[in-house]
Design a protein around this ligand. Structure first.
Ligand SMILES: NC(=O)c1ccc[n+]([C@@H]2O[C@H](COP(=O)([O-])OP(=O)(O)OC[C@H]3O[C@@H](n4cnc5c(N)ncnc54)[C@H](OP(=O)(O)O)[C@@H]3O)[C@@H](O)[C@H]2O)c1
Length: 335
């Protein structure tokens, strides 16, 4: 089978696509999956660039979608022919968070899904939504579940809520789609007026260019009549959090998801306290939440936005495109 491996020192020029041995038949409680697609995330980019250390020879990519080829003894949840999608935390099945690192995350602490075949414990996957392509399903492992958890699980999103999403990357566009389908209004920020137009075509109610309007927190307050939004999907981190606190209503919820602007910084703790907001850090979610999200996607008919797709042989180029930041929504790999 074909795989991609990341050699030391990490870097796009050290991503090699090569032949590797078949992973074999599934043992007890395992399934063998033919992987057809993956999708790119900032986390995968950090691994392949060496910003997050990983083992020499690591197979990258946290996201994997494909079809079950065989099941081992004791597996009752899946049958050969079932379309499946991988889990970001294969060992966090349900309940409160039990993980605070990436030691068990495919494509980081363990081998990922830049491979044509994977034999893994059955709980490393869930069913994919009916009617999804493999590429669409592959976007759910990380970006989809993060957006779902931020808004629905932690945020308790309800019709009539106002949501702010920062930028137009994979997590934010998924959050926009979820929020609109669930009856919320959505404000989007972007560095590009063209991307804001695309976001409007997906249902965004209002767009703000954060480059030409660096005081976008005040602009969101204005747009919401001084009330602020109920939820912020905060992917920027330290440099955007002060504006997000301003944009969020008194008693509102900020999902601290990303660190695109840095991992530490000054927080206006006085404003945050006065506004009695809730700041919730999160890393993706558990397997139970993924199962519930899949059911919701089948009911709502939401389909992820895929900007571009690359064959596995061009995996390094796919990351170059992600690094350049011109994408809208997701970039995927056909495997
Ligand atoms: N905690 C978790 O579980 C989790 C899960 C997934 C991702 N993340 C993190 O969330 C962040 C986004 O991930 P992603 O996969 O959605 O990335 P992505 O697809 O690469 O999207 C990045 C987008 O963020 C926007 N952006 C960049 N700098 C910004 C800023 N200063 N203000 C507002 N928007 C900005 C840009 O949008 P425009 O081009 O429109 O300006 C850019 O296209 C990353 O830090 C990632 O590591 C965390």
């Amino acid at each position: 089978m074909k795989i991609a491996r990341l050699h030391k020192p990490a870097g796009l020029e050290h991503l090699e696509v090569l032949d590797a041995p078949d992973p074999g038949s599934p043992g007890r409680s395992e399934i063998r999956v033919r992987i057809h697609a993956s999708s790119l995330n900032s986390h995968d980019l950090a691994v392949v660039l060496g910003r997050l250390p990983s083992a020499d020879g690591r197979i990258p990519m946290s996201d994997g979608a494909g079809v079950v080829e065989a099941v081992g003894d004791g597996v009752t949840e899946f049958r050969p022919g079932d379309p499946v999608v991988s889990c970001f935390f294969p060992g966090w099945l349900d309940g409160e968070p039990t993980v605070s690192d990436f030691a068990t995350t495919p494509g980081d602490g363990v081998d990922g899904y830049a491979c044509q075949l994977a034999t893994r414990p059955a709980h490393s996957f869930t069913h994919s939504p009916k009617g999804y392509s493999y590429a669409e399903a592959a976007t759910l492992t990380t970006a989809g579940l993060t957006a779902w958890r931020a808004l629905v699980v932690n945020g308790g999103l309800k019709a009539g809520d106002a949501v702010l999403v920062l930028g137009t990357g994979g997590v934010s566009i998924f959050a926009l789609q979820l929020a609109k389908h669930m009856g919320a209004s959505v404000v989007v920020t972007s560095s590009s007026d063209e991307k804001l137009e695309r976001a409007r075509s997906l249902g965004a109610d209002h767009g703000i260019n954060y480059k030409t309007n660096p005081e976008w927190g005040a602009a969101v307050l204005d747009y919401t009549g001084g009330r602020g939004v109920d939820h912020v999907v905060e992917v920027g981190g330290s440099a955007t959090l002060p504006q997000s606190i301003q944009a969020c209503r008194t008693g509102g919820h900020i999902a601290m998801i990303g660190v695109l602007t840095g991992i530490a910084g000054n927080v206006p703790t006085g404003s945050f306290m006065r506004k009695q907001q809730r700041l919730q850090g999160l890393i993706v979610g558990n397997r139970r939440q993924q199962i519930e999200m899949v059911r919701a996607l089948e009911t709502t008919g939401i389909k992820p936005v895929i900007d571009q797709s690359f064959p596995l042989s061009n995996i390094a180029d796919s990351f170059r495109v992600m690094k350049a930041g011109s994408h809208f929504g997701k970039i995927t790999l056909e495997i």
